[in-house]
Design a binder for this molecule. Structure first.
Ligand SMILES: [Zn+2]
Length: 93
């Protein structure tokens, strides 16, 4: 069962959501009277810049053997104690 949100938490959530909405509206609809102001506005600079091109300077991978796998047989040593012989198995159907 979920505990209902407190009234203060609910108000904080609505405040944050409304601030985010108003910020998005203000950023998308703002304008400047002249071009010098828009050149110094960070929102306009980002909006009118070209998309960054991804570049990478990866070197080619080097494949070299570092050793051989030496397999070794492992044999488990089973022991049966007298107590285990006395346990009854599951019933046969
Ligand atoms: Zn701007």
């Amino acid at each position: 069962m979920q505990e209902p949100m407190r009234l203060s938490s609910r108000w904080v959530v609505w405040l944050c959501l409304s601030l985010m909405l108003w910020t998005a509206v203000a950023e998308s609809t703002h304008n400047h009277p002249n071009k010098t102001e828009s050149a110094s506005c960070s929102i306009c600079v980002v909006a009118h810049s070209t998309a960054p091109v991804a570049s990478s300077n990866q070197v080619r991978p080097v494949f070299a053997s570092i050793g051989l796998l030496q397999e070794e047989e492992v044999i488990a040593k089973a022991r049966l104690s007298v107590f285990e012989l006395g346990i009854r198995g599951p019933p046969a159907v």
